[in-house]
Design a protein around this ligand. Structure first.
Ligand SMILES: Nc1ncnc2c1ncn2[C@@H]1O[C@H](COP(=O)(O)OP(=O)(O)OP(=O)(O)O)[C@@H](O)[C@H]1O
Ligand SMILES: [Mg+2]
Length: 366
């Protein structure tokens, strides 16, 4: 597990634990340092502790153990109105008795901003979420997705130093969602806002973030930039949770430096890169991404490991071909191939040989 956080990020969680009932820990050991201006996403399954972490950072819940620091100071010592935090919650609570424009004016009035500046900011924020003509309505007169967009505008309108967003785009359709993803990251980067964003949509996490913290069971399983997270998962949970992944199970039979040999459960042997296996005899799940697998002999690189496979299904998807294979007893082995004129379209029942480089094949915990 991670060491205690000693560097001074803008936001720091230092050995934080949280229990609501005094018995079970829903956050077990959280160590996280977020730089000023960074866009960090917390990604993880339902119940893994993401909202709890945001609530502690916002000051609505207190940590059972450990420290949370904002700008070098323990959060408990900073009064809420001085925290400069903008928030969008999972249940976008707008003030029901105020119009949309009044909802947005509120954080600006609290900050004693003059009327003309206020109006310009409100307009800009509402236009950003495509709600420019709704300023006079009340929240009850809007759809769920529209309310969510207003909540987003209200969190950003006063250009806070830190914004916390808990699934802010959950109620939007795909097109609007993608547009808003772009708007949010663009705005955050342009204004230098530090953002802690929560989602369980992994595509959203990969496309928006500087860093992603993958949560499971009250712990960060891996914290990394999107490309590293996808290409170099450090454990089986992360490999399965992020993107599509093939798993072959077996036992480590040899291990030396940066290579190991794995005997798969059907008897075949395979070269892999040992990631979190340490000794001979240990069970392992070997992970290979679908786009790293090649079946065209001419394209196989030197040193590639090959295995026999049977084609079970071939799906034409336009830009790529998605083929399901039986490999070493696994009927759910997926490969993805870019559609190009010289690429063979496989047929169910066909026997082929597939290959990949040992460095693309990661021996992880079983
Ligand atoms: N106020 C509360 N009192 C008691 N238990 C709570 C409370 N809030 C959350 N929990 C529990 O803490 C755990 C973590 O919840 P949390 O809301 O942080 O999860 P999450 O990662 O945000 O999940 P989701 O993706 O479903 O929003 C869950 O088991 C949940 O039931
Ligand atoms: Mg939540």
């Amino acid at each position: 597990m991670a060491e205690a956080v000693t560097d001074d990020g803008f936001v720091v969680f230092d050995r934080v634990q949280k229990s609501y009932d005094g018995e079970t820990l829903v956050v077990k050991d959280l160590n996280l340092s977020i730089a000023k201006g960074e866009f960090l996403t917390m990604l993880g399954p339902s119940g893994s502790g993401k909202t709890t972490c945001l609530m502690m950072l916002a000051g609505f819940e207190t940590a059972t153990h450990g420290d949370i620091r904002l700008g070098g100071q323990p959060i408990n010592n900073i009064p809420p109105h001085k925290r400069g935090i903008g928030m969008v919650f999972q249940n976008y609570a707008l003030f029901p008795h105020m119009t949309i424009a009044e909802n947005l004016a509120f954080p600006l009035e609290v900050r004693k901003m003059g009327k003309s500046e206020r109006e310009a900011k409100i307009k800009r924020a509402l236009d950003m979420v495509e709600m420019g003509s709704f300023g006079g309505r009340r929240p009850s007169q809007l759809s769920g997705g529209q309310q969510q967009r207003v909540a987003l505008a209200r969190a950003l309108v006063f250009e806070p130093e830190l914004v916390l967003m808990d699934e802010p785009l959950g109620a939007l359709d795909k097109q609007l969602r993608e547009k808003m993803q772009f708007e949010i990251t663009d705005l955050a980067h342009n204004l230098g806002i530090t953002t802690v964003y929560v989602t369980h949509d992994q595509t959203e996490a990969l496309t928006m973030s500087d860093n992603v913290a993958v949560f499971d069971d009250g712990r960060i399983q891996q914290l990394a930039p999107p490309d590293l997270l996808y290409e170099k998962p450090e454990n089986s949970f992360v490999a399965q949770f992020i993107g599509e992944n093939n798993t072959l199970e077996g036992v480590v039979t040899e291990i030396s430096g940066d290579t190991c040999l794995v005997r798969l459960d059907d008897g075949e042997e395979l070269d892999a890169t040992p990631i979190n296996v340490s000794k001979v005899g240990e069970r392992t799940k070997v992970s290979i991404r679908p786009e790293r697998v090649e079946y065209n002999k001419e394209r196989l690189q030197e040193g590639a490991h090959t295995l026999k496979a049977e084609v079970l299904e071939f799906i034409y998807m336009g830009d790529i071909f998605r083929t399901r294979l039986r490999v070493a007893g696994n009927d759910e082995f997926i490969i993805k191939t870019r559609n190009a004129p010289d690429v063979e379209r496989l047929k169910p029942g066909q026997q082929i040989e597939i290959g990949w480089l040992p460095q693309d094949c990661r021996a992880l915990d079983a």
